[in-house]
Design a protein around this ligand. Structure first.
Ligand SMILES: O=C(O)COP(=O)(O)O
Ligand SMILES: [Mg+2]
Length: 227
């Protein structure tokens, strides 16, 4: 069991955890599809494709359309020209800013570990005025590996001062990718229930689940005290 000396580092997933970004991702996907003369996908379809980063998103979009897999690279490039600063339809989940502020005030080092590429990640953190709260931001293209490989999460904890081979801290995420990443990295996970998860809660490894960020500071203190 990892010992987490308070104040314990807390690393967050982004899409479906701090922000509801699926509407912007959906809009950017459909713009690219329209330019290809392909019928739009629904918000539910696209939301279900989010979690593994942009390359996987487009493999799934191609799988749901008649587009050829050979077009993948060009479709991703076209998507990125729209996605890199897409924030108009994205919202912070309720009480996120307040919870991050409480944790920061209590001295918890905070970080981001997302499969979203770094460019749009920084754009959205700046847009909501929360970038300065995070001591490290690891994006889907920061390292050769993506979640569920534990390397990006370990890099985030290391940047926040924890030992790279035995990370100490808590990971907060919404998806199958996050639960597997936390297990692979050997850190406890707090599961946010209003994100893009497709698996039943009881089938995902996690320490505790929550559906309102107002609950998060107490959960973090509870996990930090237990470990
Ligand atoms: O962009 C994605 O596919 C997933 O991003 P996330 O890791 O922040 O959930
Ligand atoms: Mg997510």
């Amino acid at each position: 069991m990892n010992v987490c000396f308070a104040p314990c580092p807390v690393v967050f997933d982004l899409d479906g955890t701090l922000i509801d970004s699926a509407p912007d991702i959906h809009a950017c996907v459909n713009t690219v599809l329209r330019l290809q003369g392909v019928r739009p996908l629904t918000l539910d379809q696209v939301r279900g494709f989010v979690g593994g980063g942009v390359d996987l998103l487009w493999r799934r979009v191609i799988g749901a359309t008649d587009l050829p897999i050979e077009a993948h690279r060009d479709l991703v490039a076209s998507f990125m020209t729209r996605y890199h600063d897409a924030t108009a339809l994205t919202r912070l989940y309720p009480n996120v800013t307040e919870a991050l502020g409480v944790l920061a005030d209590r001295g918890h080092p905070l970080g981001i570990c997302t499969n979203k590429p770094l460019g749009p990640t920084r754009a959205v953190l700046d847009h909501f005025g929360i970038a300065q709260l995070f001591g490290t931001v690891i994006g889907g293209d920061s390292l050769p590996q993506k979640k569920p490989d534990p390397a990006p999460l370990r890099a985030a904890f290391a940047a926040l001062g924890s030992a790279p081979d035995a990370p100490q801290g808590i990971f907060v995420g919404d998806s199958e990718f996050d639960a597997e990443t936390a297990r692979n990295a050997g850190v406890p996970m707090l599961l946010f229930l209003r994100g893009y998860r497709k698996t039943a809660v009881e089938d995902l490894p996690h320490r505790a689940a929550f559906d309102d960020f107002a609950q998060l500071p107490a959960l973090v203190e509870g996990v930090a005290a237990l470990d």
